[in-house]
Design a protein around this ligand. Sequence first.
Ligand SMILES: Nc1ncnc2c1ncn2[C@@H]1O[C@H](COP(=O)(O)OP(=O)(O)OP(=O)(O)O)[C@@H](O)[C@H]1O
Length: 278
Amino acid sequence: MAAIENVPVPVHRAPAAQPTSASTSTALGELRAEGVTKRFGGVTAVNKVSLTLQPGEIHGLIGTNGSGKTTMLNLLSGYYPVDEGSISLGGQTLTQASVQRRPHVGIARTFQKPRLLGTLSVLDNAMLGGWKDTGAGFLSTAFALGRARREDRMLRERASELLHGIGLGHLMHRKANLLDHAEQRFLEIARGLTMQPRFILMDEPAGGLTEHEIDQLAQIITTLRDCRVGVLIVEHHTDFVFRISHRVTTLNLGQMLKEGTPEEVRNDPEVIRVYLGA
Ligand SMILES: Nc1ncnc2c1ncn2[C@@H]1O[C@H](COP(=O)(O)OP(=O)(O)OP(=O)(O)O)[C@@H](O)[C@H]1O
């Protein structure tokens, strides 16, 4: 993959979180889950979990297999409704907001297995992330009238800039299904960023990447942090999570085991007993 340049993402006003310092900020604009519970039949996948993601913060979500990490991400991104508890952004409730609504308030996500439209080009896939910013109706789109043309040009430029920033600029016109695994993962991130999110929730972004590609991923994520985007990383690759996160939450059997700085979590006897030492 080509070198990663500075990823151009929108600048938000809130200050970036400081690495390793415990955040006591109640800054407006935080994404907050409070006491959320999700059940699937008799299985309680997530049980009264609270998690706060600050703008400009990298927050790792780790835990054993089946501990509820992906479910938590799905609750924050609106893929599942919560059974109990609440989700809010900047103090405004999102608990009932649909999955289609969440991008409008600034929540993007990536998937464990990249979900791309394989027969479309890399550029077209990246542009799909910006659909929420288009308002041209069906007729003006069909006839490529002024507004539709302008919106298309704007999105194309934004997506193209992001792809260059993320190191995929040279592949813009290739079909997405011809990309290798890391390229597909990075394209998903670019697609999420095209919507200019305030928060991006990533499900196992380091899965299947080489050490070199993980370094590239870390570079992308720290650039997002510098641009005040909050990043939630669900990940099994704990070294990577401890290396780049400001805060880490550990789940076990759907419940919160420990939340704190990477140092606090890494040295917690219960986390070592249940997860890290396993
Ligand atoms: N759609 C679903 N239907 C039924 N059960 C589900 C569903 N999604 C998750 N579960 C169950 O909820 C629990 C938590 O699953 P989840 O995928 O959130 O865990 P995880 O920590 O992300 O796991 P992994 O690290 O293996 O990806 C598991 O017991 C899982 O089988």
